[in-house]
Design a protein around this ligand. Structure first.
Ligand SMILES: C[S@@+](CC[C@H](N)C(=O)[O-])C[C@H]1O[C@@H](n2cnc3c(N)ncnc32)[C@H](O)[C@@H]1O
Length: 305
């Protein structure tokens, strides 16, 4: 716990949602199970194993002490979530959580839900992906596969995209996605398709081709997408959806599958795609292993094909 307490002493809070402590990255001794996120005005402490009561008390005390230094005029709002045996438990330790809870990132607003499940509505590790899309979307048609709450779509429209097609089998996530568009002043420009991607190639092809495609699937969602067998099925279909000179962001957040896995899948299933580079993860997500951390790979469809 000592390295968590030491790291806390240096954290600062801005207005944007960010990760403050990333024990998962393996840089902090005996803290691989701990993360701390800032979803203003709430701090979220996550433990990937249940904490002993005494350890939780130590964490809460350290967080409170730092809070008193950096935010002495505001009450501390602190949520604790832990994972145990495949289940997620969430409790409000201190203060309150606003409802609706709207956070910002890079000039965009997003609705989040800290008390509901383990996905909160905004994946903080994908901030650079959203930034890349924002910076490259002007006058583009964008396909957002596995759109969830449509963070990439909001970023694309902010960057001046002509049109975005969002597809995700979760109607609930897409409905938050629609609200995220409205929150950011986008009442047009995006479509929301509540379908299984593997059953929607015809529709997706009809709406294409796309200048940018983002594919950010789960690593292992039983019955819907299992990266080891389904990523190749996805990759195979992408060239026919991509415009000449179109660009692709392929994402993979599975510690057990490395960059080489994803690159090999592309080489085998879609050799017309050219690898460009891998996007860096936000500095807070520092990891002892580049291969275990989130992978966001840029590809393009070469002009000659
Ligand atoms: C990792 S999240 C995507 C995060 C999102 N790209 C973002 O930036 O916030 C994975 C999403 O894939 C969706 N999903 C999983 N399998 C799917 C399938 N076969 N067809 C459509 N959506 C699927 C889930 O509903 C979930 O919302």
């Amino acid at each position: 716990m000592q390295s968590f307490i030491q790291a806390l002493a240096t954290i600062e809070l801005g207005s944007d949602a960010v990760r403050l402590f990333h024990g998962r990255g393996g840089y902090y001794a005996e803290c691989e199970h701990l993360c701390l996120d800032w979803f203003a005005p709430v701090l979220l402490l996550t433990s990937f194993t249940p904490l002993e009561e005494s350890d939780l008390a130590v964490c809460q005390q350290a967080i409170t002490e730092r809070w008193q230094v950096i935010c002495p005029d505001n009450p501390l709002n602190l949520v604790y979530q832990y994972r145990s045996g495949g289940e997620t438990h969430t409790q409000l330790l201190q203060g309150e959580v606003p409802e609706p809870h709207i956070v910002s990132e890079n000039g965009a607003q997003f609705q989040v839900h800290l008390m509901r499940g383990q996905n909160h509505g905004l994946f903080l590790d994908m901030a650079n992906g959203r930034e890349w899309v924002r910076a490259n979307a002007r006058y583009k048609k964008v396909l957002n596969l596995f759109a969830y709450t449509c963070g990439f779509s909001v970023a694309a429209l902010q960057g001046g995209a002509d049109e975005v097609v969002n597809i995700d089998m979760s109607k609930g996530a897409l409905s938050i996605g629609k609200q995220n568009h409205l929150l950011n002043g986008f009442s047009a420009g995006a479509r929301f398709l509540p379908h299984d991607i593997f059953k929607s190639w015809g529709k997706l092809k009809k709406l294409g081709p796309y200048d940018i495609i983002v594919a950010d699937p789960p690593s292992n969602q039983k019955g819907s997408f299992v990266a080891t067998k389904d990523y190749v099925r996805l990759i195979r279909r992408l060239p026919e959806l991509l415009a000449q000179n179109g660009e692709l962001l392929l994402c993979l957040n599975a510690p057990e599958l490395d960059t080489a896995f994803l690159r090999q899948q592309v080489a085998d299933a879609a050799p017309t795609l050219e690898y460009i580079t891998r996007l860096d993860n936000p500095p807070a997500f520092i990891d002892v292993s580049q291969d275990k951390s989130l992978k966001v790979l840029r590809y393009c469809r070469s002009a000659s094909v």
